[in-house]
Design a protein around this ligand. Sequence first.
Ligand code: ATP
Ligand code: MG
Ligand code: ZN
Length: 492
Amino acid sequence: MPNPNYTVLARKYRPMGFDEMVGQKAVVQTLQNGIRSGRIAQAYLFSGTRGVGKTTAARILAKALNCEKGPTPTPCGVCPFCTAIQEDRLVDVIEIDGASNNGIDNIRDLRELVQYKAMQSRYRVIIIDEVHQVSKPAFNALLKTLEEPPEKTIFVFATTELQKVPVTIVSRCQYFEFKRVSVKEITAHLVDIARREGLTLTETGFGLLARAADGSIRDSLTLLDQAVAFCGKTVDDQDLSLILGTINRDLLFEFSAAVIAGEPGRIFPLVEKVIDAGYDLRTFHKKLIEHFRDLLIVRTTVRPQELLSIGEADLAVFRAEAGKAGEEDLLRFLQALQSGEASMKYSSQPQIAFETLLVRMCHFHKLIELKDVIAGLDEASPAGNAGPVRPVAAGGQGAGPFGTRRPFSGAGTAPSASPKSPPASPPAKSKPYENAPSPPRPKVREEAGAPSGGSGKENALRFSNVRLFQDKLKARVVSVEETRPPRPENEE
Ligand SMILES: Nc1ncnc2c1ncn2[C@@H]1O[C@H](COP(=O)(O)OP(=O)(O)OP(=O)(O)O)[C@@H](O)[C@H]1O
Ligand SMILES: [Mg+2]
Ligand SMILES: [Zn+2]
């Protein structure tokens, strides 16, 4: 039976004063100095990721301004004003959720309200959370309010997405950036709370929680809540890693295996599995990004365990998986996942967006970038000094998006080189974009019994086709052309 009186840890341990805030030293110090010296801004803007103390700091600021003993950088916490704010019942301290009150009417109401002086307290404090969600007309109305500041009214805007707040608003605020809290500080905070709650965890357990929280104190406390709900007051490491996602990790490996092997058919059932397991797709997507990052780190660095803080056994699993893919492949996968994040976020069908992205990734080994096609054609044509059949050297000049060019087998196959055509080289499914210089490729025309140069007439025909094809492509890919280095003057 759930205990109706149970208060979640994150709420129970909301800091009451600035001195209780973990991390955010610069923010706290600047706010306190401002209050101490009477330099109180008309509007404050707090930005930072979820659960790092923005709302908490806004409320402490409201107390600091209104405390019976204040304005003071250290509100007492026991006077009628402090307690009323703590209990969320001081009429002059208003918290508005910008996400659900984002219309012009809401802001008009607010403007109406601020025409009158605060009723009971020294300062009226209006906290607008998730302010980036406020609509454009509402922002404009808000701007007017900020331009004719009502007396003794302070605005505190909080946002997790600073870039979405109009600069006109930002420039009228005193701006504070809340940082992600370090693993060390979160760990210390968790240790303290566990002690107060009579919970037992190992050092490893605390570390696991703190890392999983990814800089957010609220997340760390929510995870601790979950762990206690699952294990009781003594939290076992193995149970903990189960809760934090060992299952999750196996699933992540299933995904990376499917993508690396280039098997799109495995994606759909896997996505179903994620949904069945009850994971939020966007969260899982984020985890997948981290997973590919970890694989890349394992693939590229000498001592990955220091960066990833994982044990030897885990490292072996990562090594095995990362070893199946080239460094460039992993980088490409990671980049695709990252740029897919926005479309996941705004898609009305995140599942489809997720599936499409992953299926596309499975096909990466077959795709050649258009500009590489053009580059290959350039080198293959008589104008270029290359022989008729020469792969574009990997890692050469005019490197591709990851500093190297993927091999492209020259003129012999070029005109028909569609993404679907198989590579001229032996099947190189798992390592298509080798970093190392490519081994000599079988020359198509030689195989057909013709000398590599081909007869004069044949070559002329072939090259004119190549030219045509090339010109067409170039006409379409203006932007790619623009990025190419100019030809030397003396060249035709
Ligand atoms: N810097 C911090 N020090 C101590 N506890 C914190 C801190 N930041 C967050 N917490 C804990 O997390 C809870 C939520 O914090 P808060 O509401 O201030 O986060 P927020 O930054 O406003 O998040 P959101 O962007 O989701 O609104 C607090 O009640 C507290 O338990
Ligand atoms: Mg908040
Ligand atoms: Zn007080």
